[in-house]
Design a protein around this ligand. Sequence first.
Ligand SMILES: Nc1ncnc2c1ncn2[C@@H]1O[C@H](COP(=O)(O)OP(=O)(O)OP(=O)(O)O)[C@@H](O)[C@H]1O
Ligand SMILES: Nc1ccn([C@@H]2O[C@H](COP(=O)(O)O)[C@@H](O)[C@H]2O)c(=O)n1
Length: 693
Amino acid sequence: MFSTPFLDIPALSGAAGTVRLPGSKSISNRVLLLAALASGTTTVHDLLDSDDTRVMLDALAALGCSIERSDDGTLRIEGLGGRLRTPRASLFLGNAGTAMRPLTAALALLGGEFELRGVPRMHERPIGDLVDALTQLGCRVDYLGNPGYPPLQIHPVALDSLQLDTPIRVRGDVSSQFLTALLLALPLAARAPAPTLPASRGSLPPEGAVPPWGGPAAGRDIVIDVVGELISKPYIEITLNLLARFGITVQREGWQRFTIPAGSQYRSPGDIHVEADASSASYFIALGAIAEGSGIRIEGVGADSIQGDIRFIDAARQMGAAVDSGPNWLAVSRAAWPLKAIDIDANHIPDAAMTLAVMALYADGPSTLRNIASWRVKETDRIDAMANELRKLGATVEDGPDFIRIHPLPATGWRAASIKTYDDHRVAMCFSLAAFNPDGVAVRILEPHCVAKTFPDYFETLFSVAHAPEVPVICIDGPTASGKGTLTVEVARRLGYHYLDSGTLYRVTGLVMRRAGLDAGPAHETRIADLARALPLVFSEGKVLLEGEDVSEDLRTEAAGMDASRVSALPAVRVALLALQRSFRRLPGLVADGRDMGTVIFPDAELKVYLTASAAHRAERRYKQLISKGISTTIDSLRADLEARDLRDSSRSVAPLKPAPDARLLDNSHQTIEQSVVQVLAWWQEVQPFESS
Ligand SMILES: Nc1ncnc2c1ncn2[C@@H]1O[C@H](COP(=O)(O)OP(=O)(O)OP(=O)(O)O)[C@@H](O)[C@H]1O
Ligand SMILES: Nc1ccn([C@@H]2O[C@H](COP(=O)(O)O)[C@@H](O)[C@H]2O)c(=O)n1
């Protein structure tokens, strides 16, 4: 995951390949709650691992549910079977609506004293309609902040005091999650009556008590009536489908009345597999439709998915995508270009429809997405957010209470924009698709880590299939011990870029030369080059593994540096290592440290820095570095060694150490590491098309 303050996506030209998507958030959190409420053990496969599922898991664990994770990511959940093990807890639910809403309903019925909180945005997301429905029933829920919004305090009630004889009325036109919450929780009250324990309204059940401790409130049908036009119906279908997997068959009359039959009881299905997330698939379906290339194959979800957002493929087809599907896979490629404009009621695909808004930039006319008022109460006000950020790209956008109309962007009309993401994963993900613009402008995604909510590795997955005509590179060359490596690693970290320590490749070549009993004379040049071309090298967690052996420490000695300097003067060795070094140039970008990064390996780099410091400073730094590792040495001998190495490196015939003509010189003799980092990042920003963020 990218934890950087921003992620610059260079202009992308095409895409091809296969992606495997993480599990569906909507299914994952429903399955977790149902597994926790059911009796018996449920083994959950392919669960989404993200912020929203983590808060749900933490909450269930806090409620006393036993959860074991195996190495392959499978979870074994020992259901509570309606037995509340922890009758008092304070739960933090982040910004996960799929945790806040159903847990509110379940905990209001399970009995106990619970506080439910979230991030500030969660405290702006309405929950009043659900609380009203629960209150009608006789549940006791207080608002701890603004009425109608979390945080909430839930108090215990006895189930026999609940008003279950008349239909429970819940609004369906703000969020379908309120109905989902009731459907998931109310089977608790439809169970066959449990033995009566004395309890009065408002008292806490004894630790480990079996609800309904208040007596036989159940054994009857429970009817829910939806008030208003139910939105996002496909999400209710997911809920009904999963309830059926857990033994609860809800009877439905249209979308207005739902009946949970008397005596319904959750039963664990044993094993359950979570489909890949159809909303997450929307970005790759759009990618297949937009990007030139042989198409994208998406694994983990097919057109027969139970998730409503899979209907995004109909909209994508209308816009010009060719979509093929089989059991658990989709294959998408571009069929019409430009894409065709659409006018669509997107009520049934509220989340995935955001992706259409960015696809609309590539269409042949204005596209309108209607009936999307629910966007206004999601992670952010998504209508406002999309309109603002699309305009930054240069687009003309009209918007209203429940619609958005996007005019396409002509070639030459695209602007490089810093996209604000409003802590909304879907804003971050769908705007990455703007990088395929015909003007070749890059896109900056601010706070890209917000994708952790549902798809932590979204950008890595995108980069695994996308092609960029020019992957950005920053070259940092300079003499020994000037601080290149330190600076490179830090600049790469702050930009989310890969890094290349090219000196290590020469050091490893020197090591394998020694181990093969060779020396760096011209007689052995071809054999050493052959060894260099086939280095069995792996970089793993900061370690250098040579055929699996950790040689990191062996490589850092001054003797290894000298051997590296000797082999690096052999032209055939330099040629042998060329392709390997260039293979590090991968999306989203690279920072490369060495002697000839800017002059030979990446001559087209956008920023080249020649980093130097006085020999005295460099010798002193190296001295401190070695002493701190317990290697005894003297400043004088180090200075002599580094000067000898610099001389050999700068006087050799091939790729000598020297600044590229277009390099910026940085003498850091009197700078701290941080000052050098700040300077290089400032230079980088200067050559970027974005306003400073
Ligand atoms: N600006 C700086 N001020 C003080 N110390 C620094 C500075 N930059 C780097 N150092 C320290 O100098 C030492 C050498 O730095 P580093 O290993 O990054 O140099 P290098 O140029 O990559 O060396 P080599 O060419 O041998 O690989 C490290 O201990 C590092 O922490
Ligand atoms: N691009 C490069 C990088 C390194 N070398 C040679 O390797 C020696 C060791 O490099 P370090 O950065 O790890 O100290 C160095 O002295 C150079 O001789 C090179 O030639 N080209």
